[in-house]
Design a binder for this molecule. Structure first.
Ligand SMILES: [Zn+2]
Length: 251
């Protein structure tokens, strides 16, 4: 995690982060924002449900951060105990003045939602096959659950889908995940065009302090495999935040 930033430090051309481990997925988030703007007509005053692997789901983390920037949004987080949204994302939501609620039942929240963002349980994010097996089929969106929702709901998914959305839901006009994928193509075309024109201004990649004696505590952080990288942290009170993976370390 943080590999794209590490690559950008040495590359002499722009680097697009197309998803770094379980950390962030900014190009998917641009896709999601375009989909919301086109299909709901707004990016604010939305009640957005997220369901699935909210712990490792990088698309979820990026979209929660982005939607926290817009007024009036509320977040409903549906997951098992083991796969809840990480604390640093929850703190980000709270610091932006937005609210979130956590649930374990999808049925319970369906009537409240303007948007439902489903995600798959990713086999590669689990330490053992047993852990994956335990989590993989907990949530499945089907026609019965869709009946509980508002006629204005839209269902999004970053794809690929495994079993978390029944194929019968594909014919529901509220299921917009395939249309969302086509918006993704245009977003990525636009992004590449901007980069080729060098129209995007770049900020310094590292703005914190290099503290050589401190190691990031996230075992998936790029600083562990690329040992030459400067150990750069943002200081936030008693907490050091890794500038590559956003892991927070108490000091
Ligand atoms: Zn890190």
């Amino acid at each position: 995690e943080g590999a794209s930033k590490a690559a950008a430090l040495t590359a002499d051309c722009p680097v697009i982060n197309a998803g770094d481990g379980g950390h962030l997925h900014p190009t998917q988030t641009l896709t999601d924002l375009l989909t919301l703007r086109e299909e709901k007509g707004r990016l604010s005053d939305l009640t957005v449900g997220f369901c699935g692997d909210l712990k490792n789901g990088r698309t979820v983390h990026s979209l929660l951060k982005a939607l926290s920037c817009f007024e009036g949004n509320k977040f409903i987080l549906v997951s098992t105990q083991e796969l809840k949204v990480p604390t640093y994302i929850k703190d980000y939501i709270s610091a932006s003045g937005k609210t979130y609620e956590e649930y374990s039942s999808l049925e319970e929240v369906m009537p409240k939602l303007d948007v439902l963002y489903m995600t798959r349980i990713q086999r590669e994010r689990f330490g053992s096959p047993e852990e994956y097996e335990k989590q993989k089929n907990v949530y499945c969106l089907d026609a019965k659950k869709m009946k509980l929702a508002s006629p204005d709901l839209i269902v999004l998914h970053p794809l690929p889908r495994v079993d978390e959305i029944a194929v019968e839901v594909d014919d529901d006009p509220r299921a917009l995940y395939f249309k969302q994928a086509s918006y993704g193509m245009y977003v990525r075309m636009a992004l590449i065009l901007c980069m080729l024109d060098y129209r995007l201004e770049s900020k310094p990649l590292l703005s914190g302090k290099v503290i050589s004696e401190v190691k990031c505590t996230n075992p998936r952080c790029i600083t562990h495999t690329e040992a030459y990288l400067p150990h750069s942290f943002r200081k936030n009170g008693d907490v050091l935040e890794c500038e590559y993976c956003d892991e927070r370390i108490l000091i």
